[in-house]
Design a protein around this ligand. Structure first.
Ligand SMILES: *Cc1c(COP(=O)(O)O)cnc(C)c1O
Length: 222
């Protein structure tokens, strides 16, 4: 039983990796998945994992090999920054200038520079978080002055809808913002978009980093 779950996850990984063009990164979204699920993918070569809760990523980082790379993709409570920053490799879900400033101050305090993505809100749902498209360039300009962060690009989500034209339009809007951002910060080249249900569409619109959870691991525990 255990063996077959392992090979199922590893087969899912190989199946997806075989379909990614050169230069596209896969972030395995392992939130709410047990350690052995991450270990299965690690054994098959995966190193980049996406997590959405600080307590969980801190525990997993302590338990798994040190060459794992942890991307934070959830809502970040500022009182947990101190625990997150020593172990995180990228914060993909930065959604306010206030958070950028706090990350920079804490990063400087511990002698690190933290890679971040600006999360943009283009989806129709009110519940999704992120900067408004019009706020991205002003935020990037302000962030250029912050010594503790490197802005590496943009993260976004499409509307949760069966309407593939709407999903495609959302991804096109995120990619357009990413190229606008590169005029301000040329090294901000990451376009993180596409999840289990829509990554094919994201790739067609220029994604170079995918965040895939359930298609790798199966359903989450929560
Ligand atoms: C959970 C999550 C994902 C992965 O979702 P799946 O549909 O399981 O692939 C991607 N991005 C973010 C921001 C998430 O919270």
């Amino acid at each position: 039983m255990q063996q077959s779950t392992t090979s199922l996850r590893q087969n899912n990984l190989r199946h997806i990796l075989a379909r990614l063009p050169e230069g596209v990164q896969l972030v395995a979204v392992s939130k709410f998945q047990p350690l052995d699920a991450l270990a299965d993918l690690y054994e098959a070569g995966q190193r980049v994992f996406g997590e959405s809760r600080v307590d969980e990523v801190v525990a997993k980082a302590a338990a798994l090999p040190a060459d794992c790379r942890w991307h934070f993709i959830g809502h970040l409570q500022t009182n947990k920054l101190r625990r997150l920053l020593p172990i995180v490799h990228m914060i993909e879900s930065v959604d306010s200038l206030r958070l950028l400033r706090l990350i920079s101050v804490e990063a400087e305090r511990i002698g690190r520079t933290i890679d971040v993505l600006l999360q943009v809100h283009v989806a129709a749902e009110e519940t999704k978080t992120g900067f408004l498209p019009s706020e991205i360039i002003p935020a990037a300009q302000a962030a250029l002055l912050l010594p503790g962060i490197h802005i590496r690009g943009i993260m976004g989500m499409a509307t949760n809808t069966p309407d593939t034209a709407r999903i495609a339009a959302d991804f096109a809007a995120i990619a357009a913002l990413a190229s606008e951002l590169r005029t301000v910060i040329p090294s901000a080249t990451t376009i993180s978009m596409g999840m289990s249900g829509d990554w094919h569409i994201a790739l067609a619109h220029g994604a170079n980093s995918l965040r895939i959870g359930s298609s790798l691991f199966g359903p989450r525990l929560q």
